[in-house]
Design a protein around this ligand. Structure first.
Ligand code: GLU
Length: 291
């Protein structure tokens, strides 16, 4: 089976150094195996999005010479596809409506205990849709970090696939799209280790082979916070990409010599594809970004 990887940014703002690490790691992992590298815009949550961010993200990828294969897919245009699957699961009882509020769940200990599993709630009331977890996924294997344990309370929980406000949940859309796009391996930041077990549940429900997973170390700011729009991580500079590119490559474990430091961007990227190695990738799940 040929390799298909992807980069799946949410357009909550322009790309920053942390997102460049995820873009580059997934790109090198795909291209070092002569694979395809897809780009999917995960615009599922309009209140958290910034107008124009999707275009800006694609411009930045081009400025960094990270050219994607095929068409860019936008999750905002795929609601019918997600709803069809939810409807199928509702009728097969693999999903159910739930009226519990966040406050109620908090009062019962912070984890959802399946309260609405066997009630006959219909969608007339404001409600979310939960996936019925048939068998808790309590671990998975990551290509870098090895066996990862998932806490039991989290693994057991029937999780939300459609929110009370009508928005489709990330875990649902990411898996349906990865299957639909024939993605064979998911490479992304270590902040997404936690939902991986839930996503594996959905592969099983779809009777699809699991993908392989590679999580990349998270980039932290000087205060130890994850670089993010909320923490005001600066946008990448599209006009002068080389400095950030080299810093992100060092972060991913490359040793940059003077020849590469002074090379043109195309040469840097193809050198990166040739010299990419999981062995050199740091073992820690988070590191301070020196940029
Ligand atoms: N859209 C997610 C994010 O920007 C990434 C999804 C994924 O790679 O699974 O954090």
């Amino acid at each position: 089976m040929s390799y298909v990887g992807r980069f799946a940014p949410s357009p909550s703002g322009p790309l920053h150094f942390g997102s460049l690490v995820a873009a580059l790691g997934s790109y090198f992992q795909a291209k070092s195996q002569q694979g395809q590298w897809l780009v999917r815009i995960e615009d599922l949550d309009p209140p958290r999005e910034m107008a124009g961010a999707s275009d800006l993200i694609l411009e930045t990828l081009e400025a960094y010479h990270l050219y994607w294969d095929g068409e860019v897919i936008y999750q905002s245009q795929r609601h019918d596809f997600y709803q069809d699957q939810i409807d199928q699961w509702l009728s097969s009882k693999e999903a159910y409506f739930c009226q519990c509020t966040r406050k109620q769940i908090k009062q019962s200990g912070g984890f959802y205990l399946g309260t609405c599993r066997n009630t006959a709630i219909t969608s007339n009331e404001p409600c979310s849709v939960r996936f019925t977890v048939p068998q808790a996924i309590d671990h998975f294997f990551d290509l870098k970090y090895g066996r990862i344990e998932i806490p039991k309370s989290l693994a057991d929980e029937d999780f939300i696939i459609k929110r009370r406000d009508g928005l489709y949940a990330y875990n649902l859309a990411v898996v349906l799209d990865d299957i639909d796009q024939s993605v064979t391996e998911v490479v992304r930041g270590a902040d997404l280790i936690e939902p991986t077990g839930r996503q594996i549940n959905l592969y099983h429900a779809m009777k699809q082979p699991e993908v392989s997973y590679l999580h990349l170390p998270l980039a932290l700011d000087a205060n130890g916070n994850k670089l993010s729009k909320q923490n005001h991580a600066p946008a990448l500079d599209n006009q002068a990409p080389v400095a950030a590119l080299l810093a992100a490559m060092s972060f991913l474990g490359f040793t940059i010599d003077a020849h590469i430091a002074n090379a043109k961007i195309d040469e840097i990227i193809s050198w990166g594809c040739q010299n990419w190695s999981l062995k050199n990738l740091p073992n820690t799940m988070a590191n301070t970004a020196n940029f």
